[in-house]
Write a protein that binds this ligand. Structure first.
Ligand code: SF4
Ligand code: SF4
Length: 92
């Protein structure tokens, strides 16, 4: 089973008012050459736009917690979504 298949078994409760993921300083991303966030996120939350800026599609986050530790510059602010929001795991 690959992660893309599994994502279909997730249900999201998107919180439009509170963004639980943020890039702290976009300038640091510009000078981060490897941009590991483009690959370490299993949900593809981090993308590079045409201007070379990192965009954060926080709605797709599966709350794995990787980005808190995997950004070499600790440039991602990560919090759990507010109660009742975020991803719900369904098994089976
Ligand atoms: Fe920015 Fe961190 Fe991604 Fe590098 S790994 S581009 S510093 S968020
Ligand atoms: Fe991606 Fe996991 Fe970070 Fe969410 S917590 S943005 S799924 S790496």
């Amino acid at each position: 089973v690959n992660i893309d298949d599994r994502i279909f078994t997730l249900k999201y409760y998107v919180d439009e008012e509170y963004v639980h993921l943020k890039i702290k300083n976009p300038k640091i991303c510009k000078s981060c050459l490897e941009k590991p966030c483009l690959s370490f996120c299993p949900a593809g939350v981090y993308r590079l736009d045409r201007q070379g800026e990192i965009t954060v599609g926080y709605q797709a986050c599966v709350e794995c917690g990787s980005c808190r530790v995997a950004c070499p510059y600790l440039n991602i602010e990560w919090d759990y979504p507010r109660g009742g929001y975020g991803v719900a795991y369904k098994f089976g």
